[in-house]
Design a protein around this ligand. Structure first.
Ligand SMILES: [Zn+2]
Ligand SMILES: [Zn+2]
Length: 141
């Protein structure tokens, strides 16, 4: 059985998609809806491919945006539920979800400011840079 309906509206597999973490992987136990070991969907249409992003689960018909592991055989390591296959997510939509996962993965922010010159944003907990300097920043186009 797939687990599309029991996971959150988006997820990341921490062991394969480490980009949202710094080095502390313990947060994955605190947010089990978002950080999951195995992808919720094992079979989809089309077949999983690193170059494909839009899928429908073969079991429950849930439509997904997936980013797949860059090796064959591949499987989804990051996903966002979409209402149907006609939806195309903007890069900013994808980035905003990744930034949310970055905040969870660090359990928020420290009381210190970002190390980058002139940046007045809080650094993420445990590291010296803020969310936007970590990555997945809003892009105006
Ligand atoms: Zn499913
Ligand atoms: Zn910064």
């Amino acid at each position: 059985m797939c687990e599309c309906q029991s996971v959150g509206n988006f997820f990341v597999c921490p062991t394969s998609f480490s980009d949202v973490f710094s080095h502390n992987y313990n947060m994955k136990y605190k947010f089990p809806h978002y950080f999951i070991e195995d992808p919720p969907c094992e079979e989809a249409k089309p077949e999983f491919d690193y170059g494909e992003f839009y899928y429908v689960c073969a079991e429950c018909q849930q439509a997904w945006y997936f980013e797949c592991y860059p090796e064959t055989p591949t499987c989804p390591i990051f996903g966002i539920k979409i209402p149907d296959m006609s939806q195309v997510l903007s890069q900013n939509r994808i980035n905003s979800i990744k930034q949310f996962l970055v905040v969870l993965a660090h359990e928020g922010f420290s009381e210190n400011k970002c190390i980058h010159n002139g940046c007045m944003d809080y650094s993420l907990n445990g590291i010296k840079v803020c969310l936007n300097h970590f990555g997945y920043k809003f892009s105006p186009h």
